[in-house]
Design a protein around this ligand. Sequence first.
Ligand code: ADP
Length: 688
Amino acid sequence: MSATNATGGIKRLLIANRGEIACRVIRSCKKLGIESVAVFSDADRRARHVQQADLACHIGGSAVGESYLNAKAIIDAALKVKADAIHPGYGFLSESTQLISLCNQNGIIFVGPTLESIAAMGSKIEAKEIAQGLEIPTVPGYNGETQDVDRLQKEAERIGFPVLIKASAGGGGKGMRIVRQSSEFREALTLARQEALNAFGDDRVLLEKYLVRPRHIEVQLLGDTHGNVVHLFDRECSIQRNYQKVIEEAPVSHLDMKVRQSLFDCAVRLGRHLGYRGAGTVEFIFDADSQQAYFLEMNTRLQVEHPTTELVTGIDLVEWQVRVANGEALAFAQSDLKTVGHAIEARVNAEDPANNYLPEIGTIQLYREPVAEGLRIDSGVQQGSEITPFYDSMLAKVIAFGDTRGLASQRLLHGLNNFAIGGVKTNQEFLTSLITRPAFLQELTTQYIGKEFPQGWQPWGEQMHTAIAACAFALEQEHRTDAAMAGTPWQKLGGWRLTASAGTPAVARLWLQTNNGLREIRVVGRQGKYEVQVIEPAAKDSPSTSAHFSIHLYRPAATLADAQWQVELDGTRRSLDIAITEKQVSISSPRLRRSYRFIGLEDAMLGQAAATKNAGNVIRARMPGLITDVLVQVGDVVEEGATAVVMEAMKLIHNMPCPVSGTVKQVLVAAGDKVEDGSLLIEIEPAQ
Ligand code: ADP
């Protein structure tokens, strides 16, 4: 559907958001010939959305409360630049009745539904009531107004455990708690209420039967101001972590068409009832065991995963949000709509999936998006972008389209593998392992990640890449030694003792600092032919393990610029990009991108001693954040690995474990404290 006669009243649109969604809305503005206005905080002065927009307004400090969540500042900016309309994107103020009221008071068009729709769907209790009134099935549970503890406990018993407590005002998985048995209910309720009050200023909760094998299915709606409401089919978002979506696709597979049709009907019925205008999503949960589908909630805004629907329906949802806000009628009826092919989206985050998904902050030093048939990248960063602790960690979405689900996933894999991002760790490899598991071809449930990676996710080929990097280091050193560079730093590296005489293989021992301790690499060999052993440190419940590799390595001649190294492993030869500086080996293969900083014997021993003496008994904040819970007190006897502090940073909850067993000596924080990167939080006197 092309944009004809589309601009209507809106000539200048302010986007009250940042990152990829701001860039996405700017794209549709360009298509419609509308001027775009970006807003930015202190931390975002040089952000990509600011550079792409026609105009940009500074709205305040880096903290979201001072800028992107400050409705007043946003309205002031819109008035200053005489914007006709505001697009809220998703998150931030996208479902804020305050922003709409201010828009209405100031004659600014809000690109979204009415205040009444947002208010009705903003409370899960009320939304569920409305759905029930329309005979839309809802998850068995309790969504009454009476909120006293005894009543809730009684209702929980009636529903039967496990029960899920949800914050009525909740979103993004916040304020949700599973209760597995009756005796745990009261405590869980207290905690859930506290969390809800802190996060949303509303401590009302609802109770639901906790479904053990649910699928997340949602229906995209589009309505206009002329009474038309259509659905744009469904999406599946079952691959989640902590109730947050990781991979999304359209349309839904492995589900009976009759069930799907009934969900389309329910969604449209709800949309009509609300007089819904603009884009919205009705979410359902499908119980894979009982094969029943239930209404979950409605999101009255554009969703992160909207591109999948755009690719299979050919409809630009942002364009239609704007046109509808302009008063235009939808140019298509339900019978004009269909889906073609399949689309899958993966969210690329700055985080370390091998280290409990810890968000990463830093500068994006390398950035190249893949370009290929059937691939769409929606991103909000570029080379040089700063990833700060103030906002969420999503950098980009890779969305692949194909005639079939198989082709779409193949293209997605290729897109993720060829998306070069350096400077911060990303979850790209984690995403590729999610879509290449055999289970990805079967019916998906929200248990997918936990089931596929019961021990947590570890990168494929990590040890192999460590081994190759160590060999490259060895070969480089031989090369430099041969070139008679005695006395260079290469000779001084403690671990390298090439003591063997000519003709016998040399042995080198190197160490790498890993999250679990020191990983040792032993390299035996010469001139590119090596036997390598990679020895992992012993962990709490597992002994030290080792892996063995036979590697032939061919170093490119220095005269050939840009030449790649060749590595032969298990009889197969491949090309690899390897760069070696004095102490660091960077290696980039399609499956893995890593930088290794090897250390020699003395440093390894010193480091280990220092680690146990200093760092080993304290917990420090690894980034700025908010302490949400402190679970230990001075004098407590604690076990290594037990959670001591819960911290919120970059919109995520981090459980921070005790590094050693012992007695708590100092507790320097309390719930509600803001902490800086590196702040000391807890000190433990290690048990002897
Ligand atoms: P939020 O508004 O915080 O995103 P939702 O109600 O949309 O909360 O639920 C988010 C996710 O939580 C769902 O996609 C699903 O994975 C899980 N979930 C929600 N309700 C249930 C339930 N009754 N049983 C099991 N899982 C649930």
